[in-house]
Write a protein that binds this ligand. Structure first.
Ligand code: ZN
Length: 342
Protein backbone atom coordinates (compact mmCIF):
# COMPACT_ATOMS: atom_id res chain seq x y z
CA UNK A 1 0.00 0.00 0.00
CA UNK A 2 0.95 3.66 -0.24
CA UNK A 3 1.57 5.45 3.03
CA UNK A 4 3.24 8.55 4.39
CA UNK A 5 5.83 7.72 7.04
CA UNK A 6 8.72 9.42 8.72
CA UNK A 7 11.94 7.63 9.66
CA UNK A 8 13.41 10.44 11.76
CA UNK A 9 11.96 13.43 13.59
CA UNK A 10 12.17 16.84 11.96
CA UNK A 11 10.66 19.37 9.58
CA UNK A 12 7.80 18.49 7.16
CA UNK A 13 10.43 17.21 4.68
CA UNK A 14 10.91 14.06 6.81
CA UNK A 15 7.45 12.89 5.67
CA UNK A 16 7.97 10.33 2.89
CA UNK A 17 5.23 9.07 0.58
CA UNK A 18 6.24 5.46 -0.07
CA UNK A 19 5.22 1.87 -0.81
CA UNK A 20 5.13 -0.37 2.24
CA UNK A 21 3.73 -3.88 2.85
CA UNK A 22 -0.01 -4.10 3.56
CA UNK A 23 -0.74 -4.43 7.30
CA UNK A 24 -1.35 -7.95 8.61
CA UNK A 25 -4.80 -8.89 9.81
CA UNK A 26 -5.16 -10.81 13.09
CA UNK A 27 -8.05 -12.35 15.04
CA UNK A 28 -10.70 -9.83 16.11
CA UNK A 29 -9.36 -7.21 13.70
CA UNK A 30 -10.57 -5.45 10.58
CA UNK A 31 -8.74 -3.81 7.69
CA UNK A 32 -10.16 -0.37 7.00
CA UNK A 33 -9.65 1.23 3.58
CA UNK A 34 -8.98 4.85 4.55
CA UNK A 35 -11.17 7.40 2.74
CA UNK A 36 -10.39 10.40 4.91
CA UNK A 37 -7.95 11.19 7.71
CA UNK A 38 -7.99 14.31 9.85
CA UNK A 39 -4.73 16.23 10.32
CA UNK A 40 -4.11 17.68 13.78
CA UNK A 41 -1.60 19.95 15.44
CA UNK A 42 -0.51 16.92 17.48
CA UNK A 43 0.70 15.34 14.23
CA UNK A 44 3.14 18.23 13.81
CA UNK A 45 4.41 17.80 17.37
CA UNK A 46 4.87 14.06 16.91
CA UNK A 47 6.68 14.57 13.60
CA UNK A 48 9.05 17.15 15.03
CA UNK A 49 9.79 15.02 18.09
CA UNK A 50 8.46 17.36 20.77
CA UNK A 51 5.23 15.53 21.64
CA UNK A 52 6.52 13.86 24.85
CA UNK A 53 4.88 10.65 23.56
CA UNK A 54 6.86 7.44 23.11
CA UNK A 55 6.91 7.16 19.31
CA UNK A 56 8.70 4.28 17.57
CA UNK A 57 10.12 4.85 14.08
CA UNK A 58 9.27 4.63 11.27
CA UNK A 59 5.85 6.02 12.18
CA UNK A 60 2.54 6.51 10.36
CA UNK A 61 0.61 9.54 11.67
CA UNK A 62 -3.16 10.06 11.55
CA UNK A 63 -5.51 10.08 14.56
CA UNK A 64 -8.88 10.44 12.81
CA UNK A 65 -9.50 7.60 10.39
CA UNK A 66 -12.72 7.17 8.42
CA UNK A 67 -13.22 4.54 5.74
CA UNK A 68 -14.77 1.25 4.72
CA UNK A 69 -14.22 -2.20 6.17
CA UNK A 70 -12.15 -3.98 3.50
CA UNK A 71 -11.51 -7.32 5.25
CA UNK A 72 -12.28 -9.04 8.55
CA UNK A 73 -10.03 -11.44 10.45
CA UNK A 74 -11.17 -14.53 12.36
CA UNK A 75 -13.55 -13.83 15.27
CA UNK A 76 -14.19 -10.29 14.03
CA UNK A 77 -17.96 -10.07 14.37
CA UNK A 78 -20.43 -7.21 14.24
CA UNK A 79 -19.27 -5.67 10.97
CA UNK A 80 -19.37 -6.59 7.30
CA UNK A 81 -17.07 -5.76 4.42
CA UNK A 82 -18.16 -2.40 2.99
CA UNK A 83 -19.45 -0.97 6.29
CA UNK A 84 -18.61 2.71 6.74
CA UNK A 85 -16.69 3.23 9.97
CA UNK A 86 -14.61 5.58 12.05
CA UNK A 87 -11.70 4.12 14.02
CA UNK A 88 -11.95 5.22 17.68
CA UNK A 89 -9.24 7.74 18.57
CA UNK A 90 -8.97 5.97 21.92
CA UNK A 91 -9.64 2.24 22.07
CA UNK A 92 -9.94 1.60 25.79
CA UNK A 93 -8.80 -1.69 27.33
CA UNK A 94 -12.28 -2.17 28.82
CA UNK A 95 -10.83 -3.47 32.11
CA UNK A 96 -9.08 -0.62 33.93
CA UNK A 97 -10.88 1.60 36.51
CA UNK A 98 -11.17 4.43 33.93
CA UNK A 99 -12.70 2.25 31.23
CA UNK A 100 -15.10 0.67 33.73
CA UNK A 101 -16.40 4.11 34.75
CA UNK A 102 -16.89 5.61 31.28
CA UNK A 103 -13.63 7.55 31.28
CA UNK A 104 -11.83 5.57 28.58
CA UNK A 105 -10.10 8.80 27.45
CA UNK A 106 -7.81 8.24 30.46
CA UNK A 107 -7.11 4.51 29.84
CA UNK A 108 -3.36 3.92 30.19
CA UNK A 109 -3.47 0.86 27.92
CA UNK A 110 -5.58 2.45 25.16
CA UNK A 111 -4.98 1.77 21.48
CA UNK A 112 -4.43 5.17 19.87
CA UNK A 113 -4.08 5.26 16.07
CA UNK A 114 -1.34 7.59 14.90
CA UNK A 115 0.36 7.40 18.31
CA UNK A 116 0.93 3.85 19.54
CA UNK A 117 -0.55 2.18 16.45
CA UNK A 118 -0.13 2.99 12.75
CA UNK A 119 -2.46 5.86 11.80
CA UNK A 120 -4.46 6.99 8.81
CA UNK A 121 -1.78 8.58 6.61
CA UNK A 122 -2.06 5.33 4.61
CA UNK A 123 -4.39 3.49 2.26
CA UNK A 124 -5.12 0.78 4.84
CA UNK A 125 -5.36 0.68 8.63
CA UNK A 126 -5.87 -2.34 10.88
CA UNK A 127 -8.12 -1.89 13.92
CA UNK A 128 -9.76 -4.12 16.47
CA UNK A 129 -13.48 -4.43 15.65
CA UNK A 130 -14.45 -3.09 19.09
CA UNK A 131 -12.69 0.15 18.09
CA UNK A 132 -14.90 0.63 15.01
CA UNK A 133 -17.70 3.19 15.26
CA UNK A 134 -20.36 3.09 12.52
CA UNK A 135 -20.54 6.33 10.53
CA UNK A 136 -24.18 7.53 10.66
CA UNK A 137 -26.12 7.48 7.40
CA UNK A 138 -25.88 10.74 5.48
CA UNK A 139 -22.49 11.66 6.88
CA UNK A 140 -19.56 11.69 4.44
CA UNK A 141 -16.13 10.26 5.25
CA UNK A 142 -14.54 13.70 5.30
CA UNK A 143 -17.13 15.08 7.70
CA UNK A 144 -16.82 11.98 9.91
CA UNK A 145 -13.02 12.31 10.05
CA UNK A 146 -13.44 15.94 11.11
CA UNK A 147 -15.51 15.06 14.19
CA UNK A 148 -13.58 13.10 16.86
CA UNK A 149 -10.82 15.46 17.96
CA UNK A 150 -12.47 18.83 17.36
CA UNK A 151 -16.04 18.08 18.46
CA UNK A 152 -15.16 15.28 20.90
CA UNK A 153 -12.61 17.49 22.68
CA UNK A 154 -14.91 20.54 22.64
CA UNK A 155 -17.74 18.48 24.13
CA UNK A 156 -15.51 16.91 26.80
CA UNK A 157 -13.92 20.22 27.69
CA UNK A 158 -17.00 22.48 27.80
CA UNK A 159 -19.76 20.14 28.91
CA UNK A 160 -18.15 17.31 30.87
CA UNK A 161 -15.15 19.08 32.41
CA UNK A 162 -16.30 22.71 32.35
CA UNK A 163 -19.92 22.03 33.32
CA UNK A 164 -21.11 24.81 30.99
CA UNK A 165 -24.72 25.76 31.72
CA UNK A 166 -27.51 27.50 29.83
CA UNK A 167 -27.13 31.26 30.10
CA UNK A 168 -23.47 31.28 31.11
CA UNK A 169 -20.90 33.23 29.14
CA UNK A 170 -18.05 31.31 27.55
CA UNK A 171 -14.87 32.67 25.99
CA UNK A 172 -13.43 30.57 23.16
CA UNK A 173 -9.78 31.46 22.55
CA UNK A 174 -8.30 31.13 19.03
CA UNK A 175 -11.72 30.55 17.55
CA UNK A 176 -10.38 30.14 14.01
CA UNK A 177 -8.66 26.87 14.89
CA UNK A 178 -10.48 23.66 14.10
CA UNK A 179 -11.18 22.99 17.76
CA UNK A 180 -12.33 26.60 18.16
CA UNK A 181 -14.87 26.26 15.37
CA UNK A 182 -16.22 23.14 17.09
CA UNK A 183 -16.26 24.79 20.53
CA UNK A 184 -18.34 27.74 19.28
CA UNK A 185 -21.02 25.36 18.04
CA UNK A 186 -21.01 23.11 21.12
CA UNK A 187 -21.28 26.17 23.39
CA UNK A 188 -24.18 27.57 21.36
CA UNK A 189 -25.92 24.17 21.42
CA UNK A 190 -25.54 24.24 25.22
CA UNK A 191 -27.33 27.60 25.40
CA UNK A 192 -24.33 29.74 26.35
CA UNK A 193 -23.44 33.27 25.31
CA UNK A 194 -20.31 32.90 23.19
CA UNK A 195 -17.50 35.43 22.92
CA UNK A 196 -14.35 34.59 21.02
CA UNK A 197 -10.84 35.74 20.28
CA UNK A 198 -9.20 35.27 16.87
CA UNK A 199 -6.15 36.64 15.09
CA UNK A 200 -7.88 38.55 12.29
CA UNK A 201 -11.12 40.32 11.43
CA UNK A 202 -11.80 37.73 8.73
CA UNK A 203 -11.61 34.90 11.28
CA UNK A 204 -13.84 36.82 13.69
CA UNK A 205 -16.41 37.18 10.93
CA UNK A 206 -16.32 33.43 10.24
CA UNK A 207 -16.68 32.79 13.97
CA UNK A 208 -19.81 34.97 14.05
CA UNK A 209 -21.21 33.00 11.12
CA UNK A 210 -20.76 29.84 13.22
CA UNK A 211 -22.72 31.34 16.11
CA UNK A 212 -20.34 33.51 18.14
CA UNK A 213 -22.16 36.53 19.61
CA UNK A 214 -19.10 38.74 19.93
CA UNK A 215 -15.42 38.65 19.14
CA UNK A 216 -12.13 40.39 19.83
CA UNK A 217 -8.95 40.42 17.77
CA UNK A 218 -6.22 39.06 20.08
CA UNK A 219 -3.45 40.61 18.03
CA UNK A 220 -4.55 44.03 19.32
CA UNK A 221 -3.13 45.17 22.69
CA UNK A 222 -5.51 45.01 25.64
CA UNK A 223 -7.83 42.43 24.08
CA UNK A 224 -8.63 41.05 27.54
CA UNK A 225 -10.07 44.41 28.63
CA UNK A 226 -12.38 44.34 25.63
CA UNK A 227 -13.60 40.88 26.73
CA UNK A 228 -14.29 42.32 30.19
CA UNK A 229 -16.33 45.13 28.61
CA UNK A 230 -18.32 42.59 26.58
CA UNK A 231 -19.17 40.72 29.80
CA UNK A 232 -20.20 43.81 31.82
CA UNK A 233 -16.97 43.67 33.78
CA UNK A 234 -17.70 40.21 35.23
CA UNK A 235 -15.55 38.14 32.89
CA UNK A 236 -16.47 34.82 31.28
CA UNK A 237 -17.88 32.00 33.45
CA UNK A 238 -16.04 29.39 31.39
CA UNK A 239 -12.95 29.87 29.24
CA UNK A 240 -11.96 27.43 26.51
CA UNK A 241 -8.16 27.76 26.55
CA UNK A 242 -5.74 25.95 24.26
CA UNK A 243 -3.19 28.64 23.45
CA UNK A 244 -1.05 28.87 26.59
CA UNK A 245 1.58 31.36 27.69
CA UNK A 246 0.44 34.98 27.92
CA UNK A 247 -3.06 34.09 26.66
CA UNK A 248 -3.49 31.63 29.54
CA UNK A 249 -2.37 34.24 32.08
CA UNK A 250 -4.63 36.98 30.74
CA UNK A 251 -7.53 34.55 30.49
CA UNK A 252 -7.19 33.60 34.14
CA UNK A 253 -7.00 37.28 35.05
CA UNK A 254 -10.40 38.02 33.47
CA UNK A 255 -12.18 34.81 34.50
CA UNK A 256 -15.43 35.45 36.41
CA UNK A 257 -15.69 34.78 40.14
CA UNK A 258 -16.25 31.03 40.59
CA UNK A 259 -15.32 30.58 36.93
CA UNK A 260 -13.72 27.59 35.23
CA UNK A 261 -10.69 27.86 32.98
CA UNK A 262 -10.50 24.68 30.91
CA UNK A 263 -7.20 23.82 29.24
CA UNK A 264 -6.41 21.34 26.47
CA UNK A 265 -3.27 22.82 24.96
CA UNK A 266 -0.52 25.38 25.38
CA UNK A 267 1.77 25.71 22.37
CA UNK A 268 2.36 29.43 22.99
CA UNK A 269 3.96 28.64 26.37
CA UNK A 270 3.64 25.33 28.19
CA UNK A 271 5.03 26.59 31.50
CA UNK A 272 3.27 29.62 33.03
CA UNK A 273 3.28 31.66 36.24
CA UNK A 274 0.15 31.42 38.33
CA UNK A 275 -1.10 34.15 40.72
CA UNK A 276 -2.28 31.95 43.58
CA UNK A 277 -3.87 34.80 45.54
CA UNK A 278 -6.08 35.76 42.63
CA UNK A 279 -6.79 32.06 42.00
CA UNK A 280 -8.28 31.32 45.42
CA UNK A 281 -9.86 34.71 46.12
CA UNK A 282 -12.12 34.39 43.11
CA UNK A 283 -12.47 30.64 43.67
CA UNK A 284 -11.26 29.97 40.16
CA UNK A 285 -10.88 26.45 38.87
CA UNK A 286 -8.20 25.57 36.32
CA UNK A 287 -9.31 22.32 34.75
CA UNK A 288 -7.26 20.05 32.52
CA UNK A 289 -9.13 18.29 29.76
CA UNK A 290 -7.77 15.35 27.82
CA UNK A 291 -9.23 14.20 24.51
CA UNK A 292 -12.73 12.73 24.57
CA UNK A 293 -14.42 9.53 25.59
CA UNK A 294 -15.78 7.19 22.97
CA UNK A 295 -19.31 8.01 24.12
CA UNK A 296 -18.68 11.74 23.63
CA UNK A 297 -17.38 11.11 20.10
CA UNK A 298 -20.49 9.04 19.34
CA UNK A 299 -22.73 11.84 20.69
CA UNK A 300 -20.88 14.39 18.56
CA UNK A 301 -21.23 12.18 15.47
CA UNK A 302 -24.98 11.95 16.05
CA UNK A 303 -25.27 15.72 16.49
CA UNK A 304 -23.37 16.27 13.24
CA UNK A 305 -25.49 13.69 11.41
CA UNK A 306 -28.62 15.52 12.62
CA UNK A 307 -27.27 18.85 11.42
CA UNK A 308 -26.99 20.36 14.93
CA UNK A 309 -23.21 20.68 14.56
CA UNK A 310 -21.36 21.33 11.33
CA UNK A 311 -17.70 20.39 10.77
CA UNK A 312 -15.76 23.22 9.19
CA UNK A 313 -13.43 21.76 6.57
CA UNK A 314 -10.75 24.04 5.16
CA UNK A 315 -9.63 21.61 2.49
CA UNK A 316 -9.15 18.00 1.39
CA UNK A 317 -5.76 16.98 0.01
CA UNK A 318 -4.25 13.86 -1.57
CA UNK A 319 -2.10 11.79 0.78
CA UNK A 320 0.98 12.66 -1.27
CA UNK A 321 0.51 16.30 -0.19
CA UNK A 322 1.05 15.57 3.53
CA UNK A 323 4.13 17.83 3.71
CA UNK A 324 2.19 20.74 2.25
CA UNK A 325 -0.69 20.15 4.66
CA UNK A 326 1.68 20.18 7.64
CA UNK A 327 3.16 23.48 6.47
CA UNK A 328 -0.31 24.93 5.98
CA UNK A 329 -1.42 23.91 9.47
CA UNK A 330 1.80 25.26 11.02
CA UNK A 331 1.21 28.61 9.32
CA UNK A 332 -2.30 28.83 10.86
CA UNK A 333 -3.60 30.05 7.50
CA UNK A 334 -6.45 27.54 7.66
CA UNK A 335 -9.94 28.13 9.03
CA UNK A 336 -11.17 24.70 10.02
CA UNK A 337 -10.10 21.15 9.39
CA UNK A 338 -7.45 19.83 7.01
CA UNK A 339 -8.20 16.36 5.67
CA UNK A 340 -6.02 13.87 3.78
CA UNK A 341 -7.70 11.53 1.33
CA UNK A 342 -5.59 8.49 0.42
ZN1 ZN B 1 -8.73 0.94 30.18
Amino acid sequence: MRAVRFHRFGEPEVLVYEDIPDPELGPGEAVVRVRACGVNHLDLDIRSGISRLGISLPHILGREVAGEVAALGPDAGGFRVGDRVLVAIIGGCGRCPFCRTGRDNLCPEARRPGINRPGGYAELVVARVEDLIPVPRGLGFEEAAAVPIAFGTAYHMLITQGGLKVGETVLINAAGSTIGTAAIQVARAAGARVVVTAGSEAKLERARELGAHDGVNYSLPGWENRILELTDGRGPDVIFEHVGGEVFKRSLAILAVDGRLCVCGGHAGEIVDLDLISLFRKQARVIGSFSATRREVELALDLVARGELRPVIHGVYPLAEARLVHKLLASRANFGKLILNP
